[in-house]
Design a protein around this ligand. Sequence first.
Ligand code: F6P
Length: 320
Amino acid sequence: MKRIAVLTSGGDCSGMNATVRAVVRAGLASGLEVIGIQKGFQGLIDRLYETMNTKSVSNVLQRGGTFLQSARCKEMRTEEGLRLACQNLKGMGVEGLVVIGGDGSLKGGYAIHTHGIPVIGIPASIDNDIPYTDVSLGVDTALNNIVRAVDNLKDTASSHDRAFIVETMGRNCGYLAVVAAIASGAEYSLIPEEPYDLEAICKELRKRYQEKRTNAIILVAEGAGKAEDIATQIKDRIGFETRVTVLGHYQRGGSPTVFDRMLGARFGQAAVESLMNNDAGTMAGLDGSEVVMTDLEKVTTSGIRPINPRFPKLADQLSA
Ligand code: F6P
């Protein structure tokens, strides 16, 4: 193997730059040429790429987002787009590709692999919905962003006897909301995985208000409903005044935590090693403290990663 390529695809997350850097530097250290594809699969189709050297990835480790840029590429889901992407990769002399992205990107990567170009996937999505890894790249930084925001909101909430309904991202997965609730001491986390009873929540909140608690935080995973709707439903029924904060894309940015930098470094190096050892068609994942490789076919056909069933109960018990 002489030449490999790397791309970041789908929604960006912190730690992508650390991972690209690891792929480039581990690749160069192994005697490979490394090409950086810009704008994800769209860049493969449009032939947007540059040859990387060690300096290409200087000073990117600490930056959020992705300097290679990313895109959600509809064309890649068509036969024609996939054919063009594979044709261009072959034209560039690429013998191995590292795809850093979420579930849709890993599916795209697997499709390329089945068309004869060895692919390694690296799970990167703040949603933590990708199976066969305890955690995906970007999750830890996003959680730290959410917890920092909730800490700040608590300051202002408790100055005014207010309840804040805070909407987190996560698509159909409640991981961000429930883990952030445990880590920030939020009173409730409403997640798509668990039914919730707004009537009962209102009753409890009223009681908290009567006990002279000064604030309440209700985290709502985007897959469980809109914060605005929840606020409309509970407004004037809980004693506390209500305010809404939708954290949105704020969660996805910012300098990666040490955890995400380490994950990127380890996943990136494992990807290069797996390509060189002819162990492609796999995704790097974290199993406990070890990086393990799992077949992309398995990863892309297993649905979303379930959240730890103990977490909702833990959040509930600790918020008493
Ligand atoms: O998958 C990551 C994610 O941030 C989701 O949590 C969210 O639903 C979605 O991407 C937002 O997508 P976009 O950046 O395209 O608005």
